[in-house]
Design a protein around this ligand. Structure first.
Ligand SMILES: NC(=O)c1ccc[n+]([C@@H]2O[C@H](COP(=O)([O-])OP(=O)(O)OC[C@H]3O[C@@H](n4cnc5c(N)ncnc54)[C@H](OP(=O)(O)O)[C@@H]3O)[C@@H](O)[C@H]2O)c1
Length: 254
């Protein structure tokens, strides 16, 4: 089966392409790197030709509120239009657990807009909601700095390894469209500030992490369970300590 992976050069995309190929699929990475741009439409025609499934694991180069909204809206509109013309039978997109509870965040508003376009389109779809990636913990610290200190709420979350995210997305991509959401998450719960503190310590990053009840998560107020998945989430296998031991400092900016 031909599966076009939009953002197939990214953190999740590159792992996903490898997993799909290992399982015998023709996985084609598509991104500006390979001449495919979902914002301008460049190269989409060719990239989608003969594809049964399109998986969108792209991300916006800018996280500024207006820019990220423009990216996900324009990109998703273009993708769905080209998919309809190419006869694609399944659109899979990666989004975030709890988007609808995080609408105070400009980034999450963009993801909500992306999801809405997919739900309203005529293409059968599956939206995968993942929790925070372990690889994103340093990026989370970076966007949570106030006067040189990292301010984060002492609330629960259930993050996961990017490798398990890619496995979860691959499983959905080769299955039937659910025309709804599938939640995936890590095997353990932590407190956000505690885990970021452990990650920074492992990176020998000396920034202090403050448990701050007024701190926001990417601009959104959150409470004890806002970031947690529901009871039916599919859980990855990788525990934080084993990821840390293997990761040798891998990180993503945000
Ligand atoms: N961070 C988290 O904790 C978290 C949690 C849940 C869900 N997610 C979601 O996971 C998804 C993937 O994140 P990631 O960290 O794997 O992203 P990433 O590593 O930043 O990769 C982004 C990808 O998007 C591609 N891209 C950028 N602009 C494009 C364009 N105009 N047309 C086509 N492709 C374009 C990039 O291509 P080039 O390499 O060619 O530039 C790259 O392949 C995002 O949608 C994010 O919302 C993230």
């Amino acid at each position: 089966m031909k599966i076009t992976v939009i953002g197939g050069t990214g953190l999740i995309g590159s792992k996903l392409v490898n997993k799909l190929r290992t399982h015998g699929h023709e996985a084609v990475p598509a991104s500006p790197d390979s001449g495919v741009n979902t914002v301008t439409g460049q190269g989409l025609d060719e990239a989608l030709k003969g594809a049964s499934v399109v998986v969108d694991v792209s991300n916006s180069p800018s996280w500024e509120d207006a820019e990220v909204l423009k990216f996900f809206e324009t990109s998703t509109r273009n993708l769905l239009k080209y998919e309809a013309a190419a006869g694609v039978g399944h659109h899979v997109a990666l989004s975030v657990v709890g988007t609808d509870r995080l609408a105070e965040s400009g980034y999450m508003r963009a993801k909500i807009a992306q999801e809405k376009l997919i739900q309203e389109s005529s293409i059968p779809y599956s939206i995968v909601h993942a929790t925070q990636f372990f690889e994103f913990l340093k990026g989370l610290a970076d966007i949570s700095v106030v006067d040189g200190k990292v301010h984060l709420p002492h609330v629960l979350f259930q993050p996961m390894a990017a490798d398990d995210v890619a496995s979860g997305v691959a499983r959905v991509a080769v299955g039937q469209p659910v025309n709804g959401m599938v939640e995936i998450a890590g095997p353990e719960q932590f407190r956000v500030d505690d885990l970021v503190r452990r990650r920074l310590a492992a990176l020998k990053d000396s920034r202090q992490v403050i448990a701050d009840p007024n701190a926001r998560y990417g601009g959104a107020r959150i409470s004890e369970r806002t970031l947690l998945p529901g009871n039916n989430a599919r859980l990855g296998e990788t525990r934080f300590e084993s990821w840390l031991a293997q990761s040798a400092g891998t990180s993503v900016a945000a």
